[in-house]
Design a protein around this ligand. Structure first.
Ligand code: GDP
Length: 353
């Protein structure tokens, strides 16, 4: 048989010469055994004990289990929530909303430090239905709330990044229970003021703060009427420099617009203030307004009534929820109120303790 000459067999193709190689490495990684083993899942009892001690690592691990979709994790999470419930409820829950760019993170940073100056602890949670796509667009970014994130009394947790708005909101609500049990006496729930998530936040907080901007043309146009109606207080940010007059004008416009709305169930018309988060102007005034609101609604009974209604709302919301998000539990009997069902309702939301 004649051998055909191929150019690659020519000496001028020296670069194709085969170097002597190294021996085949062993297929078993000799370093594998030295890797630290994954920490085993803590038991519900250990988590509860850690949370009640205020251990931030245990709190974070419990929140991760709450956010998990795995039925095994959910079973532990629900037990933890159940045991934390008797220790919850003793915080001021404040919702904060505003369109992107309104200055929410700048403001939460200064509001948070202001609150912490009075002592206590602060947890900042978020509801962001878009976070599934953006991997936690709000709060996910490390540069946000720089000062607050370094404060030992602050616990900042981004929005759970999976599930429907209803699922995300429920997890946030359950996280509130855990944070309260861990001694956080101020809870902020942040949301982007563009849509439905406001209703979810409104249904889990005692005070709903709407951050607005001035100087964007016809001030009231961009605001959804529903969001304004839900607000317990409206604050106009960036009232600094050249913007002060415009902020005052917007304040007057909001005040007169609020008079056209029916009196809110709390019995008091929301106040409208101006401030500057960036230059830290008017922060104390904003916080005094919130203090006044709490005094007012605790006095007239609305505070208790609202919490009671919220607990009912969340009970029904959870019963209607798809089972996977709650995780099946054997037996299926609610230990607090003896509600029987194939899937146990989340303890955090039944309000029957
Ligand atoms: P978020 O998207 O609502 O969280 O808004 P950010 O807190 O990220 O703020 C958006 C932009 O507005 C940033 O560039 C801030 O520096 C700026 N900003 C926030 N608060 C103020 C303020 O009080 N005054 C001025 N002039 N700028 C502000």
């Amino acid at each position: 048989m004649t051998q055909h000459h191929h150019p690659e067999n020519d000496d001028s193709y020296a670069s194709l010469s085969v170097n002597s190689g190294v021996a085949q490495p062993p297929s078993v990684n000799p370093y594998a055994a030295r890797r630290p083993k994954r920490k085993p899942l803590p038991t519900a009892g250990e988590l509860v004990e850690g949370i009640l001690r205020g251990d931030i690592t245990m709190l974070s691990r419990a929140v991760t289990l709450v956010e998990s979709l795995s039925p095994a994790h959910q079973a532990i999470a629900q037990e933890v929530i159940e045991k934390c419930l008797p220790h919850s409820g003793r915080s001021r829950r404040i919702g904060i909303t505003g369109v992107p760019g309104a200055g929410k993170s700048t403001s939460i940073d200064v509001f948070g430090l202001h609150v912490l100056r009075g002592g206590g602890k602060l947890a900042v949670l978020a509801i962001d239905p878009s976070s599934e796509r953006t991997k936690g667009s709000i709060l996910g970014d490390k540069t946000r709330m720089e000062k607050l994130s370094q404060h030992p009394g602050a616990f900042i947790r981004p929005s759970p990044s999976a599930g429907s708005l209803g699922g995300v909101a429920r997890k946030t609500r359950e996280t509130i229970v855990l944070c309260e049990a861990a001694g956080y006496d101020n809870i902020f729930v942040e949301t982007v003021g563009v849509g439905q998530s406001e209703t979810a936040v409104h249904s889990m907080v005692d005070f709903f703060l709407l951050i607005q901007l001035a100087g964007t043309g016809d001030e009231l146009q961009g605001i959804k009427r529903g969001i304004m109606e839900m607000a317990d207080g409206i604050v106009i940010n960036k009232a600094d420099g050249d913007n002060i007059d415009r902020a005052r004008l917007a304040q007057a416009q909001f005040r007169s617009a609020l008079h056209l709305f029916p009196t809110p169930p709390s019995g008091g018309t929301p106040e409208v203030l101006t401030y500057s988060g960036y230059f830290e102007l008017g922060i104390t005034e904003v916080w005094d307004m919130i203090d006044r609101y709490f005094d007012f609604v605790k006095e007239n009974g609305y505070f208790e009534r609202r919490r009671h209604e919220q607990a009912r709302y969340w009970m029904y919301e959870t019963i209607d929820a798809p089972p996977l998000l709650r995780g099946p539990r054997p037996g299926g009997t609610h230990r607090h109120c003896r509600t029987v069902g194939a899937v146990e309702p989340a303890f955090a939301v039944c309000g029957c303790t």
